[in-house]
Design a binder for this molecule. Structure first.
Ligand code: TEU
Ligand code: CA
Length: 540
C-alpha cells in the first residue's frame, strides 16, 4: 500500500460564514480564518476543508456557485484567498477546496445564456425536458430540498432539472464541454497550490434523469477516471467524494489506488441509522448502537486494505454529534471525549468539524422564523401543507436541521462569543458563555485537549494509521475494538451509553494510551464502565 500524506493527517472543516468575522459585518470571512490559523496549528490538524468560498447568491450558502474563479464578496478577495493559502502552507496546513460541480447557481453565466435560447451553445450544459403530455413535469423526480426536481422555464417552455434548490440547476455531465470547463477550473485551483478537493454530491454526476437514475449512474466512474487523469492525478492531492449512496462494496471502486479515481469518500450509512425505516432524515428514530458497530466495523473491514476510509461524525449538514448521539447535558464533556476517542482510533482519515473540538451543541428553535437553512424551511412548509403537526416538524428540525452546525463558532465569552463585533448572520447558541475556545484552552481537561492528544498520538504511533481493525464482542452499548500493527496491540473500549456497562478482557495491559476518566487500571477483567467512559490501552 503506497503511503500518502492524507492518510496520516487529521482534516478540520471550516464553514467560513460561521467561523470568524474580521470586519464586523456579522459574516465570517477569509481574513477571519487567517486570524485563527495559529489556533488550528495548536490543535495539530494537517489540512483545512473549506466549504465553498466562490461567488454565490447564497441560496444554499455557497453551494450555488455563480463564478468558480472568483471569491464571494462577503468572504473577501482573491488576494485574501492567496494569503490564506500562503499562511496555511507556512504552518504546514493544506487547503482542501469544496468542488461543487453537480450543479451551478442559476446566476452562473452559463445558465443565464442557456435559458435564453434553445439553440444557445450553453443550452446543453444543463438538463432540459419538455412537459409531459398532460403538461406537468417530465417525471416524478423529487428535489432533496422538497418538491419536484423540475422547474418550468417560461422563456423557452421547457423544464430544467435541479436536485437541490430551484436556483441550483444540475449540470449535464454527458456534455464533454461541461467536463472540459470543470477540469479547466480545477486546474486553475490546483495551480494555486491547494491540497485537494472535497467533491460535493459527486455520485450524482452520472445521473440519467430520463430513466430516473440519480446516484451511481452508468458513466460515474468513467467521469471520475477522466477527471483524475485530466487534473489532480498528476499530483498527490487529497480527493474526498461526498457519496450519499456509497456502500462498502462500491466505495472500493472510488478509493482502490489502481483505479486512479479518488483518495476516499464520505459515506452516509452510519449517518442514516437514526431514521425510521423507509423514512426521510426528519423521521426520527433512536440510534441502535449495535447497528452502528455493525456498520462501522463493516466499513473498516471492507476498505481495510483495498481502499481508504474517511472518519466523521459532523459536518455542515449534520447536527452536532454530542447532542445527537452523546449527552449534551450531564455528560457533555465525557461523552464528547468518548465520541472523539472512538472515531479517531479507527483506521482512516478523521475529519473534525468546527466547534466539534470544544463540544458545541445543537441550538433548538421554537419558530421557523429562527431557521436560516433552505432545506429546513422548505421541509417545514411541505410537511405543514401535508398536515404534519407543527410541534413534530420543529422537533425534527431541532434534531436534524443543518442550522445546528452553522451557528457561529464560540471563541470566548464576550458579546457574540468574539465571532463578530456586528450582528451575527445567524444567532449564536446562548450557551457560548460556558462553551467556547478560550475556556477550552484554559481547562487542562477540556475536550480540546483530548482532540489535540489524539492528533499527537496519530503523529507518533503508526499503529493508529496502518494497524488492522478487529471488533471485540461485547454487550450492545459497549463499542470495543483492537488495532494491531507489527506485534503491537491496542485495545479501544468505549461505553456508548449513559448507564454503567460491563466489560471484561483477559488481555494483560501494558499501559494506558488515552482515557476520558482518571481511572487507574491494574486489570481489564470484570470492569464496570462508567457512563460514556472511554479508554485505550496497549496490551500484550
Ligand atoms: O449535500 C448533499 C446532501 O447529501 C445533503 O442534501 C444532505 O444529504 C442533507 O443536507 C443532509 O441533511 C451537499 C452539501 O454538503 C450541502 O450543504 C448542499 O446543500 C448540497 O450538497 C447541494 O450542494
Ligand atoms: Ca465579515
Amino acid at each position: 500500500m503506497v503511503q500518502h500524506w492524507w492518510q496520516e493527517i487529521v482534516v478540520y472543516q471550516i464553514y467560513p460564514r460561521s467561523f470568524n468575522d474580521s470586519n464586523g459585518d456579522g459574516i465570517g470571512d477569509l481574513q477571519g480564518i487567517i486570524e485563527k490559523l495559529d489556533y488550528l496549528k495548536e490543535l495539530g490538524i494537517g489540512a483545512i476543508w473549506l466549504s465553498p468560498v466562490y461567488q454565490s447568491p447564497n441560496d444554499d450558502n455557497g453551494y450555488d456557485i455563480s463564478n468558480y474563479e472568483a471569491i464571494m464578496d462577503e468572504f473577501g478577495s482573491m488576494d485574501d484567498m492567496e494569503e490564506l493559502l500562503a499562511q496555511a502552507n507556512q504552518r504546514g496546513i493544506k487547503i482542501i477546496m469544496d468542488l461543487v460541480v453537480n450543479h451551478t447557481s442559476d446566476e452562473h453565466a452559463w445558465f443565464i445564456e442557456a435559458r435564453k435560447d434553445k439553440n444557445s451553445p450553453y443550452r446543453d450544459y444543463y438538463i432540459w425536458a419538455n412537459p409531459a403530455a398532460d403538461g406537468t413535469t417530465p417525471n416524478d423526480l423529487t428535489s432533496f430540498f422538497s418538491g419536484s426536481a423540475w422547474k418550468f422555464d417560461e422563456e423557452t417552455g421547457q423544464y430544467y432539472l435541479h436536485f437541490f434548490s430551484k436556483k441550483q440547476p444540475d449540470l449535464n455531465w454527458e456534455n464533454e464541454k461541461v467536463r472540459e470547463e470543470v477540469y479547466h477550473m480545477m486546474n486553475f485551483w490546483i495551480d494555486k497550490g491547494i491540497g485537494g478537493f472535497r467533491m460535493d454530491v459527486i455520485d450524482l454526476i452520472g445521473k440519467v434523469p430520463q430513466e430516473k437514475i440519480s446516484t451511481n449512474g452508468p458513466k460515474l466512474h468513467d467521469y471520475l477516471q477522466e477527471m483524475n487523469q485530466k487534473t489532480f492525478g498528476k499530483y498527490d492531492l487529497l480527493t474526498v467524494g461526498e457519496t450519499m449512496a456509497a456502500t462498502p462494496e462500491n466505495a472500493k471502486l472510488y478509493s482502490k489506488p489502481e483505479r486512479k479515481e479518488l483518495s476516499m469518500v464520505f459515506q452516509f450509512q452510519h449517518m442514516n441509522l437514526d431514521i425510521q425505516a423507509n423514512g426521510e432524515k426528519w423521521d426520527l428514530a433512536p440510534l441502535d448502537v449495535a447497528k452502528l458497530k455493525e456498520v462501522l466495523a463493516k466499513w473498516q473491514k471492507e476498505l481495510g486494505d483495498e481502499g481508504w476510509n474517511s472518519l466523521y461524525w459532523n459536518n455542515h449538514d449534520q447536527p452536532r454529534i454530542v447532542s445527537r448521539w452523546g449527552d449534551d447535558d450531564k455528560y457533555r464533556v465525557q461523552s464528547a471525549k468518548m465520541l472523539a476517542i472512538l472515531l479517531h482510533m479507527m483506521k482512516g482519515t478523521p475529519y473534525i468539524y468546527q466547534g466539534e473540538e470544544i463540544g458545541m451543541t445543537n441550538t433548538p428553535i421554537s419558530d421557523i422564523s429562527e431557521a436560516a437553512d433552505i432545506e429546513s424551511i422548505n421541509m417545514y412548509h411541505e410537511r405543514l401543507a401535508k398536515g404534519y403537526d407543527k410541534k413534530d416538524i420543529l422537533a425534527s428540525i431541532n434534531a436534524k436541521g443543518r442550522d445546528n452546525a452553522r451557528r457561529p463558532m464560540a471563541w470566548d465569552s464576550s458579546t457574540n462569543a468574539g465571532f463578530t463585533s456586528g450582528k451575527p448572520w445567524l444567532a449564536l447558541n446562548d450557551n457560548y458563555k460556558d462553551i467556547n475556545v478560550e475556556l477550552a484552552l484554559k481547562g487542562p481537561n477540556s475536550i480540546f485537549y483530548t482532540y489535540q492528544k489524539l492528533i499527537q498520538l496519530r503523529k507518533e504511533n503508526p499503529i493508529m494509521i496502518w494497524g488492522s481493525f478487529q471488533l471485540v464482542d461485547t454487550v450492545d452499548e459497549v463499542f470495543s475494538y483492537y488495532r494491531k500493527y507489527k506485534g503491537q496491540r491496542w485495545l479501544v473500549v468505549t461505553n456508548f451509553s449513559s448507564e454503567v456497562q460491563p466489560f471484561s478482557s483477559e488481555d494483560e495491559m501494558k499501559k494506558v494510551i488515552i482515557q476520558n476518566t482518571v481511572d487507574e487500571f491494574t486489570t481489564l477483567e470484570n470492569i464496570n464502565l462508567q457512563p460514556w467512559q472511554a479508554f485505550v490501552v496497549e496490551v500484550e
